[in-house]
Design a binder for this molecule. Structure first.
Ligand SMILES: Cc1ncc(COP(=O)(O)O)c(C=O)c1O
Length: 381
């Protein structure tokens, strides 16, 4: 039995999340969890560390098989070994995709709000960014297919798509994803589907990869996945792309030639242990995160006037709309006010959202979450 309530001290561990702010701040910003990885992963890493020789690695067939089994058993997706491209992270893959599938000056499209590297990657790679705003309808964020239609031009080459969505917490419906595939097919776009959060569905739903959402999707889709969010291993730098189409795969790997390190020896053993032995831990985690999501949603609704939180269907990230609070406080920034009360949130502007939005990471032990919410009430209540 894993106890997800246990607090592990992370200050002073070179943690980006904890060591960025002073000792008095509780961090609810960057997307890693304050929970230890599955015991089987820790044991595999200890065994590998004890070996003492940390040379260059070759991804073993056993890891390839573990990834294929994971995709088959959880998503009914039968992936050929040669479709897999190993990566040091999903963010490098977003950047590579911009280079691989759009020429200099051509356009990469995405929905906003977006995970910030979606907004940065096109410009970093000398491509143009175009955005389509998600729509809030009856308290739920919807995929704006009409806005995508309005934003696409003959220069658009790529759609960066996040499924399920960070920061909106949406599990896009089958119809929405099929609509995206059809949109990409009609405009001859490469669909880069970042599915890094797909194991963290808090609803009793099954994730449907974009590539399975509509006929013709395998010819135009690059799927990006990783064990890093699922099993809380982001500091190990490991991810993979699944690219069934040979031509797209060649273009993608050519864009990364000479740039990407091969996965490290610790990442390899951790990923295999996670996929082979992490299932029960993951089921417990998802139940725990669901409890945390309910706590955040109920708290925001009852304790923070002028702030709303849409229902989190997936991820451990809540998207808060504090525009009313901001207007009632003469334009004060709710993220700065929270920081002064000792809670670090992610500022919505970095996601391409209007002032007043913020993201709260609730992937932590419940006692820590409750203390963070208590402080938020001081700041915003
Ligand atoms: C949608 C999405 N993609 C990618 C990443 C990061 O991926 P990596 O650490 O593998 O670069 C995150 C982390 O928050 C994310 O939310």
């Amino acid at each position: 039995m894993v106890d997800y309530d246990v607090v592990v001290e992370r200050r002073g561990t070179a943690s980006y999340k904890w060591d960025r702010y002073g000792p008095d701040v509780l961090p609810f910003w960057v997307a890693d969890m304050d929970l230890p990885a599955p015991p089987a992963v820790v044991a595999a890493l200890e065994a590998r560390a004890a070996h003492g020789v940390y040379g260059y690695s070759l991804v073993p067939d056993s890891l390839t098989d573990a990834v294929r089994q994971h995709l088959l058993s959880r998503y009914d997706w039968d992936v050929a070994a040669e479709w897999l491209v190993w990566l040091p992270g999903v963010v490098p893959a977003l950047n590579l995709a911009c280079r691989a599938f759009a020429a200099a000056g051509e356009t990469v499209l995405t929905v906003v709000p977006a995970y910030p590297p979606f907004l940065d990657a096109p410009g970093l790679q000398g491509r143009q960014l175009a955005t389509a705003p998600a729509r809030l309808a009856r308290g739920r964020w919807e995929l704006p297919l009409d806005e995508l239609e309005a934003a696409v031009t003959p220069q658009t080459r790529v759609l960066l798509f996040c499924h399920p969505h960070n920061p909106l917490g949406r599990i896009w419906s089958a119809a929405e994803v099929a609509g995206v595939v059809e949109f990409c097919r009609r405009h001859e776009l490469v669909l880069v589907s970042d599915e890094i959060h797909c194991d963290l569905l808090l609803e009793p739903a099954r994730h449907v990869p974009s590539v399975l959402a509509a006929a013709g999707a395998p010819e135009l889709t690059v799927t990006l996945m990783a064990p890093s969010k699922t099993f809380n291993l982001p500091g190990l730098n490991f991810a993979f792309a699944v690219i069934p189409d040979t031509g797209l795969r060649r273009r993608f790997t050519a864009a990364g030639a000479g740039l990407l390190p091969f996965p490290g020896c610790f990442a390899i053993v951790a990923a295999e242990a996670a996929y082979r032995q992490g299932g029960d831990w993951l089921a417990g985690l998802v139940a725990y995160l669901r409890g945390n999501a309910e706590r955040v949603e109920a708290f925001v609704a009852s304790e923070l006037p002028g702030v709303t939180a849409t229902h989190v269907e997936a991820t451990y990230l809540a998207w808060l709309d504090a525009r009313e609070w901001r207007a009632a406080h003469g334009g004060e920034d709710p993220v700065q006010a929270s920081l002064q009360a000792g809670v670090a949130l992610s500022e919505g502007g970095a996601f391409g959202a209007a002032p007043g939005f913020a993201r709260l990471n609730f992937g932590c032990p419940r006692g820590m979450l409750d203390e963070g919410l208590r402080r938020l009430k001081v700041a915003l209540g």
